[in-house]
Design a protein around this ligand. Structure first.
Ligand code: SF4
Length: 236
């Protein structure tokens, strides 16, 4: 089984409930969405260097496991599988096998973080398996990608009932914030809710003011600490 891998690297988790945890990242190449390109606005994707499948190298499950072992011989770090989009097409098959494999091994050996965290864009279907936890985006109008969302994922999240799952809203403006509140009201997810401002489009302090008033259940501001530490540098 093969997938297109852009990079595997060691860092800390930059956002959400796992922020600050030492982490091995596996970044797949390829994503069919193009977030933020609305009217005269620019693409806001953080990883434009991993959007095309040709921006990855063909790697097998065994090659990825060997690299993880080399970077973290004692299996102590959290694993985040990201992209691009790690659940799309053949990359999705590899992501599922990889996370199942890591889970079985870590449970058996009693290592920490048995479930890999999958950062997914909300277009692909998630599942109920405990071998993965999800950071699932819901794309709002400012992204231009809302019509691509797999809305049934909200029901799957409810069935999972996993306290480590999270839904991420990236907020460009007040319209996006209002829409996120509507979605929360309609779907009533029982999980962690992240709000992140679009860098350069919305001041995080303004988003804080909106959150203080609306205060949706289980919500938090999520800023990307890797940007504070290293700017837009790749592979850190
Ligand atoms: S879904 Fe993620 S990887 Fe794809 S374009 Fe949007 S921000 Fe970039």
């Amino acid at each position: 089984m093969f997938g297109k891998i852009h990079e595997i690297y060691d860092s800390i988790s930059g956002e959400g409930i796992s922020q600050g945890i030492p982490t091995q990242f596996i970044r797949f190449a390829g994503c069919s969405l193009r977030c933020g390109k609305v009217g005269d606005k620019k693409l806001w994707c953080d990883t434009p260097y991993a959007l095309g499948p040709e921006q990855g190298e063909h790697k097998s499950l065994e090659e990825i496991l060997a690299q993880l072992l080399q970077n973290d011989p004692h299996h102590q770090k959290q694993i985040i599988i990201t992209g691009g989009e790690p659940l799309e097409g053949k990359n999705g098959l590899l992501t599922r096998s990889l996370s199942d494999h890591i889970y079985r091994f870590r449970i058996q050996e009693q290592f920490p973080y048995p479930a890999s965290r999958i950062e997914t864009n909300g277009k692909e279907e998630i599942d109920e398996k405990p071998s993965r936890v999800f950071t699932m985006d819901y794309k709002l109008p400012g992204s231009g990608m809302e019509s691509e969302m797999h809305i049934e994922n909200f029901e799957i999240l409810k069935k999972r009932h996993n306290s480590l799952d999270e839904i991420k809203f990236v907020i460009r403006d007040r319209i996006d914030f209002q829409r996120s509140l509507e979605i929360l009201h309609e779907k009533k997810p029982d999980t962690n809710i992240l709000f992140s401002p679009v860098h350069e489009d919305l001041d995080a302090k303004e988003l804080v003011e909106w959150l203080k008033v609306a205060n949706p259940p289980k919500s938090r501001l999520s800023l990307q600490i890797h940007k504070f530490l290293w700017g837009n540098k790749k592979g850190v």
